[in-house]
Ligand binder design. Sequence first.
Ligand SMILES: [Zn+2]
Ligand SMILES: [Zn+2]
Length: 390
Amino acid sequence: MKCPVCNSELFAVKYHGLIVDTCKRCGGIWFDPDELRFYIDFFLQDNPDLPPPPINHNKKTLPVVQSPDYQKLCPRCGVPMRMFNYACDSNIILDKCPRCDGIWTDGGEVKQLAQFVKGNPHLDALGKALAEHTKKLDAIKDWTVLSRDFSQSAGYKVFLPKIILPIASEPLTLVVPKVVFAIILINVAIFTYQSFYVEDIVRFFYQYGLIPRVVASGKQYYRFLSSMFIHRDLVHLLGNMFFFWIFAHNVEARFGHFRFLLFYLLFGLCGSWLDVFTRIHSSVPAIGSSGAISGLMGAYLVLFPRSKITTLIINQAIRVPAFLYLGVWILWQILFGMLYASASFSPPVSWFAHIGGFMSGVVVAGLFRALQKKHGEPDSPFPQIIRGLH
Ligand SMILES: [Zn+2]
Ligand SMILES: [Zn+2]
């Protein structure tokens, strides 16, 4: 990649686990989507004594004037970038690529940005993310804000807003879900470890999370596995384990213990793969088991379409068929996945990991069912169904 200002070669530089491309001659830095706000956070951590920005009592928002004869070209896609005012009123004018949504900062601008962010304690993560919006987003801003409120109020990665929360699936079998217990135990153990023994949690996430840019370059494939077993916080862990429990135990009984473990890891891999594929240049890590759990939900849809899921809708628990619950769920994921993709908004939820996981679950369970039928095994959900238990 070439510097859009002085045309010298850009160098990949690692900063707290982020990988950004910098120009050694003019000091400019290229940020792929989402990287800038993380970079600023790290910069502020490293420079606690950064002076606040000068106070301007007559602050006006500068108009962004795009000169027709001088446009920087995106170092990734080569198309002309558009200038924009960071956070709408910072008066720090940056360049953004309309195609890949990466951001170019000239030398020294990162420091100005950090000062601006520091001087605005009320500018929370939302503000920083909003600053990276393009005009494209304005039309659907209400939707993304709405979905963010929903998804964050129920934790980062709880799968649906809490007004439509599943609370139980039908117990269809007496088989003890050993692997389900083991996976929950591992997740809880890792979370306990990270809560009590890891000093720099952000570093931990960068070490073990799934960073598309790193794995796409053919390195550190262990991240596919490690990222599946770590969670951001207690809400994230509980949300995921709750969904895991509801959909996993019947699936384990049906698949058999060993196959269940294998498929669980495979679903996680497929979800991660789609996540990597949809943000291939990003060096922001993704963590959590939701891709694998989505795979189980896909498998559940194929294996037990008519079994009932007890679902909390507003304040009433009703029993809905699994195909209805899961159908609505996956449509929801696709809707928001597409919305976020078109908005280039940093999602709190890995919609695409959910979609990739779910699809792989549907395919694998479909093949499994077809093979069983072919071998003349009964197509009942289980060899021994408990009757009259529910
Ligand atoms: Zn340069
Ligand atoms: Zn671009």
